[in-house]
Write a protein of this length. Structure first.
Length: 275
């Protein structure tokens, strides 16, 4: 069994994908479940978690609507305004497949925004609703997410894309390594093995990404690490079968239990997916 713990769908004329400029022209087209279905079937992927790509409640409703129609989607990570009426927004998004929320922290200039009192209050309500936080962060946020875990220990946090390490001469850096180690000290934090091809850029391979894989595996263990494709953003740097093959190559020396965790069981447990 393989669960893709991180992928996206969008319909361009919905009009709230402000990040879709000419730099991502290759993926600036409608991308919907029928587009992923053949790739998933060929890869042996039996379920996915679809993640928001626009900071609107309306887009979250759109994704939940797709989930109601596509048996491939096992969970949805949506968006809400954490500084507004959180219970009302969650009531609006009430759906058995809503598994978490994701503020687009990487796009917020204030690194410590997520530690604001009103945001913390909103996240406590998210946790109370049984939902999780997907943390779309870069290395500048690592101390902040560690502080968040201390302030809201009841909140399950999933770090997207291994916190987007900035590769310098192929190395993710000492600050990234130490930051991820500190995050892993909090048992409610898990990590997605996703997005790394895009972060590395041209010339990426399983071996160029091994320093990141080895470190997050050492820090989090396979039981808190989950594979995701980040498709179709992945298409800016590679393709679905190529990234899955690279991840499987990185995991070739793991035990059967560890591989099962990485490619399905961690996502099933952390997101509480029903298959």
């Amino acid at each position: 069994m393989i669960i893709d713990a991180h992928q996206h769908f969008w319909r361009i004329n919905r009009g709230d994908y402000s990040w879709m400029n000419d730099s991502v022209a290759a993926i600036r087209r409608d991308i919907l479940p029928p587009d992923l279905a053949p790739l998933a079937a060929k890869a042996g992927v039996t379920g996915t978690v679809v993640v928001q790509a626009a900071p609107t409640v309306a887009e979250s409703e759109f994704l939940l609507g797709l989930a109601a129609e596509s048996p491939l989607i096992k969970g949805v990570v949506g968006w809400i305004d954490l500084t507004a009426d959180v219970p009302a927004q969650l009531a609006r998004l009430s759906h058995p497949l809503l598994r978490g929320i994701r503020p687009m922290l990487q796009d917020i200039d204030a690194t410590e925004w997520v530690l604001r009192d009103d945001v913390i209050a909103g996240l406590k309500q998210v946790a109370r609703a049984g939902l999780r936080l997907d943390a779309l962060v870069t290395p500048r946020h690592l101390p902040v997410i560690a502080a968040l875990a201390q302030r809201v220990p009841e909140l399950s946090i999933i770090v997207d894309h291994c916190a987007k390490p900035a590769f310098t001469d192929g190395d993710p850096g000492a600050k990234w390594r130490e930051g991820m180690r500190r995050l892993a000290a909090h048992p409610q934090i898990s990590c997605k093995l996703s997005g790394l091809a895009n972060e590395y850029g041209p010339g990426w391979s399983a071996e160029t990404l091994r320093p990141v894989f080895d470190h997050v595996l050492e820090c989090f263990g396979a039981d808190r690490l989950m594979w995701g494709s980040d498709w179709p953003v992945l298409e800016l740097a590679g393709d679905y079968p190529g990234w899955l093959s690279a991840a499987q190559s990185l995991a070739r020396d793991l035990s059967a239990h560890e591989r099962d965790a990485l490619f399905s069981q961690t996502a099933i447990r952390v997101y509480d997916l029903s298959l």
